[in-house]
Design a protein around this ligand. Structure first.
Ligand SMILES: Cc1cc2nc3c(=O)[nH]c(=O)nc-3n(C[C@H](O)[C@H](O)[C@H](O)COP(=O)(O)OP(=O)(O)OC[C@H]3O[C@@H](n4cnc5c(N)ncnc54)[C@H](O)[C@@H]3O)c2cc1C
Length: 496
């Protein structure tokens, strides 16, 4: 039933679309303005010559959070998607030529860990159990709830929680207590990159990432991660949400301590009772709002890393690749310094390859392949000026050389076309601050919970935020949670 109120959402990323459904279901008349021609933002897709690519997100992490959010929308996850379970989460290929199938099948994992380091399997189970406890605790107390006041966050109970989550200890220090083999240590820490964090410096709390994967497993929805966007768009349309594409918002109109609506780049003025910004939060403060002091403060916050992505349409399938493949560099540590300290990219980077045809042959024409190479790199930083094309070319050569070693000797001859995303591309296509893709804001402990930029503006009380740079953080599952929390806050504050 309509409640007589209207809402405008800026951006049709996962956060914007999911929020639109919550609000429409509560009776709001909802309009989404999206700058690009299609929905999904970093969870959208590219189709060319019959090849289909997930543009950004590729791994369906933390299915438990999807289930929770979908259930709250009256949807059953299993009925929404044609799901293939992926017991092998990914194949990890180390710089020394060895490999590890990171698997939820305990027998498969045990055999490999024991071959690498005697006694390591049992220890890894303790590490995983502890990490999963962190995950559940963090979800309950830190990530899965709104903090309306500082006094709700700074409590003795929460201080104890931060101690329990071992936020005082480095993740790599924790892992070293359990595993001695350097490759195994890397296998249990590299996942920090998912949230744009440096595996070398991230706090132990992030052991929850590998633990959640190994405990809850991962799945592949037919059609890839874009099927999540597609499903949400169809539910939003059924709920009466209006979508306008190629409709960039130029500014948020303010009136005293309220947001009155938005002005589109073509001059159209659109008014609403509530405005929700899904576009990247630092960009919204900087480009769409008048108060520059707050924006400068947010720009100074730590940003996550960026990524160079190469989507290749190939006229051949290479069986050496699994669905998800993580290539760790022989210069692993030096590589991290390049990305996180020098905001650059080493000439022999670590990278990841998504090769979905192995689970979903419709992702490419018969007998052909669609693969995406994702190379984490530094974000744009005025103090570290680089020629990103040169960095990309060096990294690309290194990727090809690494693939040759794996037996993909003729890969370069079989690339029909390449689509490349550099840090500047992320910035210009999606307005991501500094071209940082895993946030954009980082997930340092003082940028989480109440300390992360809030999901409501302090001055404009009807201006809300949803997405990776507000609470709780980056990644499709957390962004879904963000939509749920922001919507809850809107109902509460508007007394719906
Ligand atoms: C390479 C890469 C790999 C990733 N891998 C994974 C993964 O495997 N698993 C996972 O869970 N997550 C992954 N992520 C992260 C995940 O994609 C994001 O966290 C999530 O999609 C962000 O959603 P969002 O709603 O916060 O923002 P966005 O997707 O950025 O959406 C914001 C939308 O706002 C629009 N917009 C911006 N400015 C304006 C304006 N002025 N007017 C109108 N519209 C505007 C943008 O065009 C965009 O559509 C990955 C991301 C990248 C880039």
């Amino acid at each position: 039933m309509k409640n007589g109120k209207t809402a405008i959402i800026i951006g049709s990323g996962i956060g914007g679309i999911a929020t639109s459904i919550y609000l429409a279901r509560q009776g709001f008349g909802v309009t989404i303005y999206e700058k690009n021609a299609s929905p999904g933002g970093r969870c959208s897709q590219i189709i060319r010559e019959g090849h289909r690519f997930d543009l950004g997100a590729t791994i369906f992490l933390m299915p438990g959070i999807y289930k929770k959010v979908f259930r709250s929308l009256g949807l059953n996850l299993e009925e929404c998607f044609d799901i293939t379970p992926l017991p092998t989460l990914y194949k990890i290929l180390f710089g020394d030529g060895t490999q590890l199938l990171f698997s939820t099948d305990k027998a498969v994992l045990a055999e490999q860990l024991e071959t690498t380091e005697k006694g390591s399997y049992e220890k890894s189970q303790k590490l995983i159990n502890q990490g999963y406890d962190f995950f559940l605790l963090a979800l309950d107390k830190l990530l899965g709830r709104n903090f309306y006041r500082l006094s709700e966050f700074v409590t003795l109970q929460n201080a104890l929680m931060l101690v329990k989550l071992k936020t005082y200890m480095k993740h790599k220090t924790l892992v070293r207590r359990y595993l001695k083999n350097p490759n195994l240590q890397k296998a249990f820490t590299f996942q920090n990159i998912y949230v744009g964090q440096n595996p070398d410096t991230a706090p132990a709390l992030f052991s929850m990432l590998a633990a959640a994967e190994l405990t809850e497993g991962s799945i592949f929805p037919a059609g890839g991660m874009f099927s999540v966007t597609r499903k949400l768009v169809s539910v939003a349309l059924e709920s009466g949400v209006l979508f306008y594409y190629n409709a960039p918002v130029a500014s948020i109109q303010t009136d005293g301590d309220k947001a009155a609506g938005v002005i589109l780049q073509d001059g159209t003025v659109s008014k609403a009772d509530v405005v929700v910004a899904n576009a990247d939060l630092p960009y919204v403060y900087r480009e769409l709002l008048p108060d520059k002091a707050k924006s400068k403060q947010i720009d100074r916050l730590r940003h996550s890393c960026s990524a160079i992505v190469l989507h290749w349409g190939l006229d051949k399938i290479y069986p050496q690749l699994s669905h998800h493949n993580v290539f760790l560099s022989a210069d692993y540590e030096a590589n991290l310094v390049k990305v996180f300290r020098e905001k650059s990219l080493s000439g022999s980077p670590s990278f990841y390859i998504h090769a979905p045809v192995r689970s979903d042959p419709t992702a490419a024409p018969a007998g052909q392949d669609s693969i995406s190479v994702i190379i984490p790199c530094g974000h744009l930083d005025s103090k570290h000026d680089h020629n990103w094309n040169d960095l990309k070319n060096n990294a690309r050569e290194s990727v090809i050389a690494r693939l040759k070693k794996l037996g993909l000797t003729d890969v370069e001859e079989h690339i029909k076309f390449e689509i490349c995303y550099l840090p500047q591309t992320w910035k210009s296509v999606f307005n991501l601050s500094k071209g940082s893709v895993f946030g954009s804001l980082g997930h340092q402990i003082f940028q989480m919970g109440y300390f992360r930029p809030h999901n409501r503006h302090k001055k404009y009380k009807n201006l809300y935020f949803t997405g990776g740079s507000t609470h709780p953080g980056n990644g499709v599952p957390l962004v879904l949670l963000s939509a749920m929390l922001t919507s809850e806050r809107i109902y509460k504050e508007l007394q719906i």
